[in-house]
Ligand binder design. Structure first.
Ligand SMILES: Nc1ncnc2c1ncn2[C@@H]1O[C@H](COP(=O)(O)OP(=O)(O)O)[C@@H](O)[C@H]1O
Ligand SMILES: C=C(OP(=O)(O)O)C(=O)O
Ligand SMILES: [Ca+2]
Ligand SMILES: [Mn+2]
Length: 676
């Protein structure tokens, strides 16, 4: 296993840049994280994948106006004076809420997780006969009174159904609407993507030894005290509200290694998102839920205090492994919760010899399982959702001695440019119960315009996995046969498919390359190369070499074959060539699944030394070798060498680590990279 040396740990020392103190009387506007990051931190300090530029709107109303498109003129204009006041059947709704709500404030304010809320049935203030439909709900009641904030009654809406959450969202959350297909469209506010540079982890005696710190690591350190400051801020905020949402759910379909999670949040949208993304307990399982293994306090609407030590912006996502808690301040992007829990799994599971994978996963009729690794936007969700195969999951998995299991209960698809024609299964999953984040729709017909990027490029749909018709439930499968590494290469020099040796698989897994264009509107012509170890450096907790060693061991043991698939550009870089057509990538993936590609004829490419097939059924042969696909061979060569150089530079940091007892394996892995 890798030996972590002191050097790496120390490298983190100077990487915290506090925003410059404001001059008296000239308080600066609170900047969004992305803006702060751009001005204050050097690229490469921490993992830098998929942070999304801030939205253009300055106020909620402006944001909201981006979301709705003017209807066609046929829409009858309503006379404002003739409009009835918002009569949303208030009486029954209020009565319904009153029945459901209970105080949780004392337990929220408690610093001791163990004295969490008691679950009782029904409202203790009410006389016995609770209507039958409501008896199934569970309600919290405070058991202790520890702080002033306990005097404020905060009601808990516990594991509400999607229908109830829709009503809550539409009634109380600005920018929430039902779309024509029945999905709940909503806005995530200023943050429309994750904020990896605001993800902090408490460094204590244990985690200082165990976790990966320093250059390249996603774990920005914070101390226990600062965590408690942020925690108190989040909890006080939640307590100041009239109501909070609580979800009790599971992670990991492998029942032996299942984790119980509790998510406390302030928005119905967040509760519905987690309802979709985590595994939904049966009524019996909920009855016996007990103490959660991990709790999220999501106070995303409320900022952290920028003058708190360690804070570099108004956003902070804080993980405390010892307390088994996560606190979210200053971002409402829902993906922060699911990916935060994924990080936690990246810590807990390897301790049990289970490898966590940032990959999609599906299974053929012959029970052949394929993994799809890749950074955001490379095609994990799209390619694992395959009408001819069973979907095990689109994003987060475990590989144990028993095989693979999905960590989640739902999928989170990018929906920019989505169409029924291109991706029917995902398109059809966008119905009642699905959360649609930051999409633009017609004001009147409520038809979503997936092409519109007014709010963000990173529009998303979150739906329960059973909304995909051929989902494999329970979401588990045997050991993988194929391990497919996806890279969206905007340089256009990686072949559409290559068969990898074990050493090459490790080289590319550790490198975790993709190159995307950083937002079309910014006019950025140069592709941005990103290297994110294990195709998920933003979520790993231990040193990447530890996961890589586990992957090598499992692939060897179960005879899995590695493949590199470029889902990006072909025939030239971004701006010159074009993105490889999805139907072609699907044909390539089919050939991998069927085994036909194993027996194809191969040639070796220069520089990267990749084995590429000369033919693939249904794919034009001239695109299989990028050199043939490029018109200008000279620019092709230059671009190829440039990318190879970037790979080499990125890999240098890993050379001092060992896999196994000596450095032999690491040398072999290095030799499997490009010759530069
Ligand atoms: N050849 C291709 N292969 C895979 N995806 C493609 C391809 N061409 C375009 N796309 C688009 O790229 C995006 C991939 O996103 P997604 O599957 O959500 O990625 P991930 O799950 O890895 O974040 C989708 O919008 C998909 O339609
Ligand atoms: C949810 C995310 O993952 P992905 O893009 O890999 O689907 C994310 O990066 O916020
Ligand atoms: Ca990265
Ligand atoms: Mn995805």
């Amino acid at each position: 296993m890798a030996t972590e040396n002191g050097e790496v740990n120390m490298a983190n020392g100077g990487s915290f840049t506090l925003t410059a103190p404001p001059r008296p009387g000239a308080l600066p506007r609170i900047q969004t994280t992305a803006a702060v990051n751009r001005s204050s931190s050097k690229a490469g300090d921490v993992c830098h994948d998929d942070s999304v530029p801030p939205v253009k709107a300055q106020t909620i109303d402006e944001l909201h106006s981006l979301q709705k498109k003017r209807s066609a003129p046929t829409t009858p204009k309503q006379d404002a004076s003739a409009q009835s006041p918002t009569t949303f059947s208030t009486i029954s709704e209020d009565e319904r809420l009153r029945l459901q709500l209970q105080s949780i404030s004392a337990s929220l304010a408690s610093l001791t997780r163990e004295t969490g809320p008691n679950v009782v049935k029904g409202d203790p203030k009410r006389k016995p006969e609770t209507p039958k439909a409501q008896q199934q709900h569970h309600y919290f009641t405070p058991t202790i009174s520890t702080s002033d904030s306990a005097l404020k009654l905060t009601h808990v809406l516990y594991n509400l159904s999607p229908a109830e959450l829709y009503e809550q969202a539409i009634k109380y959350e600005h920018g929430s609407f039902i779309t024509s297909s029945g999905a709940l469209a909503t806005l995530s506010g200023a943050k429309t993507g994750r904020s990896p540079k605001d993800k902090r982890v408490v460094k204590d005696e244990d985690t200082a030894e165990e976790l990966w710190w320093g250059k390249g690591s996603p774990n920005i350190e914070m101390d226990e005290h600062t965590f408690l400051v942020n925690r108190e801020r989040a909890v006080d905020y939640l307590n100041s509200l009239d109501k909070v949402f609580v979800n009790d759910q599971f992670l990991n379909w492998d029942k032996e290694n299942r984790i119980k999670v509790r998510i406390v949040s302030a928005r119905a949208y967040h509760s519905l998102f987690m309802h979709n993304m985590c595994i939904r307990p049966t009524p019996d399982e909920l009855e016996n839920f007990g103490t959660p293994d991990f709790t999220i306090y999501n106070a995303g609407q409320f900022p952290c205090n920028r003058y708190t030590h360690y804070m570099t912006s108004s956003t902070s996502i804080d993980i405390n492994l010892a307390r088994r808690e996560m606190v979210i301040l200053g971002t409402q992007y829902a993906g922060e919760m699911k990916k935060g829990l994924f990080s936690v799994m990246h810590y807990l599971m390897p301790k049990r010899g289970i490898l966590t994978l940032h990959s999609g996963c599906n299974m053929g009729k012959d029970c052949d399982v394929a993994l799809f690794f890749g950074l955001s936007g490379t095609g994990k969700t799209t390619l694992s959702t395959d009408h001819n195969r069973l979907l095990i999951g689109d994003d987060e998995h475990c590989w144990s001695d028993n095989g693979v299991s999905n960590i989640e209960g739902g999928c989170y698809a990018k929906c920019v440019d989505l169409s029924h024609e291109k991706e029917p299964d995902i398109f059809n999953a966008i119905k009642f119960g699905t959360v649609l984040e930051n999409v633009v729709f017609d004001e009147h017909t409520r038809e979503v315009d997936y092409v519109d990027r007014s709010v963000t490029e990173n529009t998303r749909a979150s739906y329960p996995i059973e909304y995909i018709p051929n989902a494999k439930i329970p979401c588990i499968g045997p050991h993988p046969k194929n391990v497919i590494l996806l890279a969206c290469d905007a340089f256009g020099v990686l072949p559409p498919v290559s068969k990898l040796s074990m050493a090459q698989t490790m080289y590319h897994f550790i490198s975790g390359y993709t190159a995307l264009v950083a937002g079309t509107e910014d006019g950025i012509k140069e592709p941005q190369a990103t290297f994110s170890a294990c195709f998920g450096a933003a979520f790993i907790m231990l040193h990447p070499i530890k996961y890589a060693a586990m992957l090598a061991e499992k692939m060897n043991k179960y005879g899995a074959v590695g493949w590199l698939v470029n889902t990006g550009w072909c025939g030239g870089r971004y701006g010159v060539g074009s993105r490889i057509k999805l139907p072609y990538t699907r044909k390539i993936i089919n050939a991998i699944h069927s085994g036909s590609l194993l027996n194809a004829d191969y040639t070796k490419t220069d520089v990267f030394g990749l084995n590429i097939p000369t033919t693939v059924d249904g794919v034009p042969a001239e695109i299989l070798n990028p050199k043939n696909a490029w018109e200008n061979k000279k620019i092709y060569e230059e671009t190829l060498w440039k990318l190879a150089g970037l790979f080499k530079q990125n890999f240098e940091v890993f050379l001092k680590y060992k896999i196994g007892s000596d450095s032999k394996l690491m040398q072999e892995i290095l030799a499997a990279g490009p010759d530069v």
